[in-house]
Design a protein around this ligand. Structure first.
Ligand SMILES: Cc1cc2nc3c(=O)[nH]c(=O)nc-3n(C[C@H](O)[C@H](O)[C@H](O)COP(=O)(O)OP(=O)(O)OC[C@H]3O[C@@H](n4cnc5c(N)ncnc54)[C@H](O)[C@@H]3O)c2cc1C
Length: 402
């Protein structure tokens, strides 16, 4: 290795080792688990878990080491989402949404001076990024925006009806979609970073839901202004296909599988205890535990397959944009969300009345309420309807192993 390469290697910190990331995530998960019931009961932001995530520098875990981050891979971050999902669903979902936004800036903005500097501050100050794609009554129609960027006196301005924005009030910055300008079509979108000092949030809708209560996903009227450099140069359409959708579906699936694993663990403990008390006899619902184990295994292989495929294509924009990959990574969300709900339901059935209770070690109530958000967080029916026509173009596989 040349002296220059050696000096560069020495100057450029190495990515955080997987074992170290896992150890940090485990410490945070312990704290998150301790407060999970209160976060759910009070519908409050999991502040203790996020103080720990910042102390462990996990908010910048995916930021390149050259920008002060941990240089972690998507796969390593999926595993953090899984570990946190086993502890506190809301903490895990907030962490996942933050990382999805970070991934969009890292992969599509790190070469731009403003965004490179912003990513350095995400690392140095452990900034939390909120996401705003839902607008007005449009719900999960992410590839369509109403509000447009307005340029006045060299500044950009945006006013947006952000009907659902998780941890909007607690975040240090908002990463939002918008129409490129007043004449642009609704699908001609850009992605913009606004820092807390750039915007005001006026509450418009409370977040009073069955589950995921700690995500504090209230509605706000967002009024923001900033410098034109805060708009990413690459069109949102490309960012959406290459990074937003793949990372969202992988990280969300990691979260939901964590919730499903937590439910399975409770069912396993319950069944072991019950069978010990009954001289080895299993309770009537025990067969459901086998189903929970089976669907959890399916989730693991589904996510591992999609993660490996995505990481293998990261430097191949043509393959990333290809119908086959887009169909598979889009369907991952549908399959993983449905399987996660099925796993938690099986775990509850395995525990019987003890699982149906809101109290006690075998209570599955909170986990079930949280995981039920999965099929409607961008509704699976919307996704399948959007896939309808394009899925007619992809071939039926000619081989199972090829
Ligand atoms: C836990 C959780 C966290 C979320 N966090 C964020 C976030 O941080 N940022 C973000 O931008 N979005 C967030 N969302 C919203 C999400 O992205 C979708 O917008 C939402 O799930 C609705 O998806 P949908 O429109 O596909 O489905 P559905 O909810 O089934 O909506 C169907 C239809 O109802 C109408 N509709 C939807 N929402 C509304 C509404 N609020 N008022 C009136 N009509 C409506 C729409 O026409 C929509 O097409 C979150 C959702 C969940 C469940």
């Amino acid at each position: 290795m040349s002296v220059h390469a050696l000096e560069t290697a020495v100057r450029t910190p190495q990515p955080i080792a997987t074992a170290d990331i896992a150890a940090r995530a485990k410490r945070v998960a312990t704290i998150a688990a301790h407060h999970a019931e209160a976060v759910d009961r009070d519908g409050r932001f999991p502040v203790e878990a996020f103080d720990a995530l910042k102390a462990e520098r996990l908010l910048s875990v995916m930021v390149p080491t050259s920008l002060g981050g941990g240089g972690a891979s998507v796969g390593q971050v999926v595993d953090i989402c899984y570990a946190l999902g086993r502890a506190c669903s809301s903490t895990a979902m907030i962490f996942a949404m933050h990382q999805i936004k970070a991934a969009c800036l890292i992969r599509h903005g790190a070469h731009e001076p403003w965004h490179a500097d912003f990513l350095r501050r995400v690392s140095s100050d452990q900034l939390l990024l909120a996401s705003s794609t839902t607008e007005g009554q449009g719900g999960g129609d992410v590839r369509s925006s109403a509000a447009a960027v307005r340029v006045e006196d060299g500044r950009i301005h945006l006013e947006r009806d952000a009907t659902v924005m998780s941890y909007g009030a607690q975040a240090d910055a908002v990463v939002t979609t918008a129409r490129r300008d007043g004449d642009a079509a609704s699908s001609d979108q850009v992605l913009i970073v606004f820092e807390k000092a750039d915007y005001t949030l006026t509450p418009t809708q409370a977040w009073e839901t069955l589950g995921m209560r700690g995500t504090c996903s209230a509605g706000f009227a967002l009024k923001a202004q900033g410098a034109p450099a805060q708009v990413l140069a690459e069109p949102y359409a490309l960012i959406h296909a290459h990074t937003m959708t793949p990372t969202a579906h992988l990280l969300w699936s990691g979260v939901w599988t964590g919730v499903a694993a937590a439910a399975s663990e409770r069912a396993q403990r319950f069944l072991r205890k019950a069978s010990r008390k009954a001289g080895g006899q299993l309770p009537p619902g025990a067969a459901h535990y086998a189903r929970a184990t089976a669907s959890l295994r399916m989730l693991k292989s589904l996510i591992a397959g999609a993660q490996a495929e995505y990481e293998g294509l990261l430097d191949d924009p043509r393959a990333l944009a290809h119908l086959d990959f887009q169909t598979r990574i889009t369907l991952l969300k549908v399959e993983a969300s449905e399987l996660a709900v099925a796993t938690v339901m099986s775990a509850m059935r395995a525990c019987g009345l003890s699982g149906y209770r809101n109290d006690g070690e075998a209570s599955i109530g909170r986990l079930l309420r949280d995981v039920l958000s999965a099929p409607i967080m961008i509704n699976n029916d919307r996704i399948l309807a959007n896939l309808g026509a394009s899925s007619l173009l992809s071939d039926v596989p000619t081989s199972l192993i090829g």
